[in-house]
Design a protein around this ligand. Sequence first.
Ligand SMILES: [Zn+2]
Length: 270
Amino acid sequence: MPELPEVETVKRTLKNFVLNCKITNIIVRYPNIIDGQTEEFIHSLVGKTIQDIDRVGKYLIFLLEDTAFLSHLRMEGKYNLKQKGYVYSKHDHIIFELDNGQVLCYHDTRKFGRMQLVDRNDYHYQLPLSKLGPEPMDAQLQEVYPLIHKSSLPIKTLLLDQTIMAGIGNIYANEICFHMAMNPKTAGKALSKKRVQQLIDISSEVLLKAIDQGGTTIHSFDSNGINGLFQVSLMVHTKKVCPICQGEITKEMVHQRGTYYCKKCQKRRG
Ligand SMILES: [Zn+2]
């Protein structure tokens, strides 16, 4: 599943190719991707120019003259840019025809992705974005600490809670716990203010480093389109051997999510 750095990479790549393109037609092949009325979605966007693309957490926001729409890729969503006349695959669900002869195809094998019209001027304050916490790069201790402090849930699970901090998914949650030298099952309430500040700082560093890596590996759409997934240098997620102590990495399920950690290097319980 794409997390904040991957969605940021999709945003930057899309901006290089579709900014200032006018949408001349939209073909909806699987209406359930769209939250709301399909006709309204099409009617609001056709004839409008893509002026900018924003990102909040794991959401992309396409900004047009007087309207906007959100796109969440969920598990498998990705965008392809093709020439008009291209034969659509069965997983191309929403097709945006552009005035430069290209088509932007939203492709999603699992069909979990969603798009939704939002108000261009205050989408930050509308659902679903209004529920999101700050991104780690913008997070303040006084906002985040009370939410962590009141919870008995494992820190790994709290990192995935988009209402506390937005943008972190399973991969980076594992990586952040590793950099904290902390057992991922540590209860939120065991963290001091100082440790929560470290959690914010490390989360921010891990995400920013991944954005940098995405920026250096992905420059364009390849033949498979762009989902933002790239090879980041991970320390612990899906690893077998700890890069610090060379010991074995433990894999356990924590609240149904695959959790990787080193029992020797991640001993801290707060
Ligand atoms: Zn280790």
